[in-house]
Design a protein around this ligand. Structure first.
Ligand code: GUN
Length: 281
């Protein structure tokens, strides 16, 4: 089975972080702190935030949870972000997206201190990512690179094709692959003759949100396939890749669930630890 076991890799990363936190605590009495902010009752967002906080606690981090009502005013959310920016016990701030429509997400993300921007979504973090100097890169993209490295997938010189151009996954993962000397193509809803492009991919990354849109005939024999899609179909989670058709052709493939998902949270914890170490004691 050419499976990439994201669950296993994520656990290894979390275990290493847990050990480092114990040492830091013994040395300084201080530990990293993550604040999560959830506005409204989107069930999927609530599940994500809950698991982020649970893992925080397991690793010995301080975990601060803010759950705000759907009708929260933008100015009140901005005030909370400001308060967390100046809270010395908090190393990282995560405002779960999407936010309700009456709140300007960009304004909120720009209010987060870049030193505490563990999501890597602030324009300063994004700019640094583009320049190759980012300390805190977005979690799903850096989790993908980490998985490729741990499975000894060569990136340099390879053709990486990214499906999807979101700020959260498509654009940042393309930039990280470029910094690792891949030749990168970003495809999107207006790309012409998509199968022709995807068939040239040595590494194919799908972050579209369309169940089973990548079929067997779209994938080259021996390709490495990373499926970022999380789609709920008849109560079951499925990726963007038609797994049964693509798996026999791939040299490595991530399952959904148990592939990219657990890596995102592990990298969030890694970013929180990094932010903690970079902040003044
Ligand atoms: N919504 C979906 N993915 C993410 C993520 O990685 N971070 C935040 N803050 N919100 C999200």
């Amino acid at each position: 089975m050419p499976l990439i076991d994201g669950k296993k890799v994520a656990k290894e990363i979390r275990d290493a972080i847990g050990r480092e936190v114990e040492q830091l605590k013994a040395q300084s009495g201080k530990v990293p702190g993550l604040a999560t902010v959830l506005v409204g009752e989107d069930p999927a967002s609530a599940v994500y935030v809950r698991s982020k906080n649970k893992i925080c606690k397991e690793l010995g981090f301080i975990s601060l949870e803010h759950i705000l009502p759907q009708d929260t005013q933008e100015k009140d959310l901005l005030a909370l972000v400001e308060e967390l920016n100046s809270n010395e016990a908090i190393s990282g701030i995560l405002v779960q997206l999407p936010l309700p429509k009456h709140i300007d997400s960009i304004k909120i993300l720009e209010a987060i201190d870049p030193a505490k921007d563990v999501d890597g979504f602030h324009p300063v973090s994004m700019g640094r990512l583009m320049m190759g100097t980012a300390a805190l890169a977005p979690c799903t993209p850096s989790g993908i690179i980490e998985m490729l490295d741990r499975y000894d997938v060569e990136i340099e010189g390879k053709h990486a094709v990214v499906l999807g151009r979101s700020n959260i996954v498509g654009k940042p993962v393309a930039m990280l692959l470029l910094h690792r000397n891949a030749t990168v193509t970003i495809c999107h809803s207006r790309t012409r003759d998509l199968p022709e492009v995807t068939r040239t991919a040595d590494i194919l990354i799908t972050a579209v949100g369309k169940p089973k849109m990548v079929t067997g005939e779209m994938v080259k024999e021996g390709a490495v396939v990373i499926d970022v899609g999380i789609n709920r179909v008849d109560g079951k989670l499925v990726g963007d890749v038609a797994f049964d058709e693509v798996e026999p052709k791939a040299s490595l493939i991530t399952p959904v669930p148990g592939g990219v998902g657990p890596m995102t949270i592990a990298m969030l914890m890694q970013n929180t630890l990094k932010a903690f170490k970079a902040q003044p004691a």
